[in-house]
Design a protein around this ligand. Structure first.
Ligand SMILES: Cc1cc2nc3c(=O)[nH]c(=O)nc-3n(C[C@H](O)[C@H](O)[C@H](O)COP(=O)(O)OP(=O)(O)OC[C@H]3O[C@@H](n4cnc5c(N)ncnc54)[C@H](O)[C@@H]3O)c2cc1C
Length: 421
C-alpha cells in the first residue's frame, strides 16, 4: 500500500526530544505527524535518571509524575576514593527539588501518549528512509511502514511545512541534510544493565568516580546505581570516548569490571542480570551543526545536546523539543521565513557557554592523572562536591551561596580558551 499525506509539522523520532516537540506543537494547535520506527512501548538503552530540571519539563507538560512508574529521588551520593558525600537536590531554584528514575520503556510511552492526547498523529513501526528535497528545499520524507505499530504497512510519503529531526544519536535523517558532529569534541559511551536489589526503593541515586583501566589509571567517567522502585536498579558505566574510542568491547570490559565494584550497599548479585547489558553513544556539548535550516530544526541527541558534565540527555531533549515547537509555531503565525533562526539563537544564549565550559572540563579530565587528582580533592570537600553537583546538573540559578559567581567566572575563562585542538 502507498500512503501520502500532508501536515504542518513532521517530527521524526519519538524519543523524549521528538515526543516533546510533537506535544508542544500539537498543544499550540498545529497539525502534527510523528513517525517512529520502533513499536512503542520498547526498551531504550539509558540510565533512566531524570534530574530535577527534567522533572520541571514533565510538570510543564502536565504529566502526572506521581504515577507508580516514577520513582522519586531526593539527592545524589557521590563516591570516590573509598569515601562518599550525600547531597540533596538544591531547593533554592525554580525547579522541583526531586529527580525521578523511570524505565525508558515507560517514560517514552507516557510521552508519546501525551503527544497523542494533545492531538498529534503518531505512527509507530514506520521507519523514515529519505528526505524529500525539491529545488534544494526540504519538503518532507519517505518512510516504510511495517504495519506492526500504529502506522500503516508499506510505502509512505509525508509532506510538511516544517520538519523536526529527533532521530537520536546517529541521526541518519540529519546527516542526509548535511548535519555533522565536530569530532574534536568528546563523545560519551555508556552501558547499562538491570538487577534485582533489596535497596530498589532507596531515595538517593549514586555515582562512583573510581573507574580504572587495566593499568590502574583513573578514567574520565563514572559508574552509577539508580534505584527504580520496582524491585530493581539500573546500573552502568559511562566514559568520555577520547580514552577508549568507540570500541564497544572496551565499554563492555569496563562494564564487566564495574559489576565487581558496585557498592555493597545495593546488594546486587551480578549473576541475576535481567537481560543482556546494552550500550550506546552520547553525542554531547552541542557538537552537531547546523542545528537548523530554512524549514527544519534538529533536537536532542541528533543535535549533540547531551550535557557534557554528566551525560544527562533527557532534560536537553525535552527542552530542545519545546523550543523547536515554539519557533515553528511562531514561523507559521508570522509567515516569517527567517523565524527558525531564533532556534539557534536561543540555544546559543541559554546553553552555549555552559556547554563550552563542559567541553573544556571533559577535555581537561581526559588528561592522564587529572581525573584522579580532581576526585581526590573533591570528595574531601562538601563545598566543592556541591559545586560540582550544581554545575553538572545545571542547577546554578538563583544560588545566593557563591556558587553562581564561581560558575560565572568559569564561563568567562571558558570563553577565552580555544576548545578545539
Ligand atoms: C547507557 C546510557 C545511559 C544513559 N543514561 C541517561 C540518564 O540516566 N539520564 C539522561 O538524562 N540521559 C541518559 N542517557 C542519554 C539519553 O538516553 C539520551 O540523551 C536521550 O535518549 C535523547 O533523546 P532523543 O529523543 O534525542 O533520542 P532517542 O531517545 O535516541 O530517540 C530517538 C528516536 O528516534 C527513532 N528513530 C531513529 N531513526 C529513525 C528513523 N529513521 N525513522 C523513525 N524513527 C527513527 C528511534 O527509534 C528513537 O525512538 C544515557 C544514554 C546511554 C547510551
Amino acid at each position: 500500500m502507498s500512503v501520502r499525506l500532508s501536515t504542518e509539522v513532521l517530527v521524526i523520532g519519538a524519543g523524549p526530544a521528538g515526543a516533546s516537540a510533537a506535544y508542544w506543537a500539537a498543544k499550540s494547535g498545529r497539525m502534527v505527524v510523528l513517525l517512529e520506527k520502533d513499536v512503542i512501548p520498547r526498551d531504550k538503552v539509558c540510565g533512566d535518571a531524570l534530574t530535577p530540571k527534567a522533572v520541571g519539563h514533565l510538570n510543564d507538560m502536565q504529566i502526572d509524575v506521581t504515577k507508580s512508574a516514577f520513582h522519586q529521588h531526593h539527592g545524589l551520593k557521590m563516591t570516590a576514593d573509598g569515601q562518599s558525600i550525600e547531597l540533596r537536590w538544591p531547593t533554592d531554584h525554580d525547579h522541583p527539588s526531586h529527580g525521578l528514575v523511570i524505565r525508558r520503556r515507560s517514560l517514552d510511552e507516557i510521552l508519546v501518549e501525551h503527544a497523542k492526547e494533545a492531538g498529534a498523529q503518531v505512527w509507530t513501526g514506520v521507519e523514515v528512509t529519505d528526505p524529500v528535497v525539491e529545488h534544494g528545499h526540504l519538503r518532507g520524507c519517505r518512510a516504510s511502514g511495517t504495519g506492526s505499530g500504529t502506522g500503516p504497512d508499506g510505502e509512505i510519503e509525508v509532506r510538511a511545512r516544517f520538519v523536526v529531526i529527533a532521530d537520536g544519536p546517529l541521526s541518519p535523517f540529519g546527516r542526509a541534510l548535511g548535519t555533522a558532529r565536530t569530532r574534536q569534541y568528546a563523545q560519551g559511551v555508556a552501558m547499562r544493565g538491570y538487577f534485582p536489589s533489596p535497596q530498589h526503593s532507596e531515595k538517593m541515586i549514586e555515582s562512583v568516580f573510581d573507574l580504572r583501566d587495566s593499568s590502574g589509571q583513573q578514567l574520565p567517567g563514572y559508574g552509577w546505581v539508580f534505584p527504580l522502585g520496582d524491585g530493581t536498579v539500573n546500573t552502568g558505566v559511562g566514559l568520555l570516548s577520547h580514552h577508549h574510542g568507540n570500541d564497544p568491547r572496551s565499554i563492555q570490559d569496563l562494564f564487566d569490571e564495574w559489576l565487581l565494584q558496585i557498592p555493597k550497599f545495593w546488594d546486587v548479585d551480578i549473576e541475576n542480570i535481567e537481560s543482556e547489558p546494552q550500550g550506546g553513544r552520547l553525542p554531547m556539548g552541542a557538537s552537531v551543526r547546523p542545528r537548523s535550516g530554512p524549514n527544519w530544526v534538529v533536537v536532542g541527541d541528533a543535535a549533540g545536546s547531551v550535557n557534557p558534565f554528566n551525560g544527562d540527555g533527557i532534560e536537553p531533549a525535552l527542552n530542545n523539543g519545546k523550543l523547536a515547537a515554539s519557533v515553528i509555531d511562531n514561523a507559521i503565525d508570522t509567515g516569517d521565513g527567517l523565524a527558525l533562526r531564533q532556534y539557534e539563537k536561543e540555544l546559543a544564549s541559554k546553553y552555549d557557554h555552559y556547554y563550552r565550559l563542559g567541553r573544556l572540563a571533559t577535555k581537561a579530565l581526559g588528561r592522564p592523572g587529572l581525573m584522579r587528582r580532581f576526585t581526590r580533592l573533591g570528595i574531601q570537600s562538601r563545598v566543592l562536591t556541591e559545586l560540582v553537583m550544581r554545575i553538572s546538573t545545571n542547577l546554578v540559578n538563583n544560588d545566593a551561596g557563591g556558587t553562581e559567581s564561581v560558575y560565572e567566572i568559569g564561563k568567562v575563562v571558558a570563553r577565552l580558551i580555544p576548545d578545539r585542538d
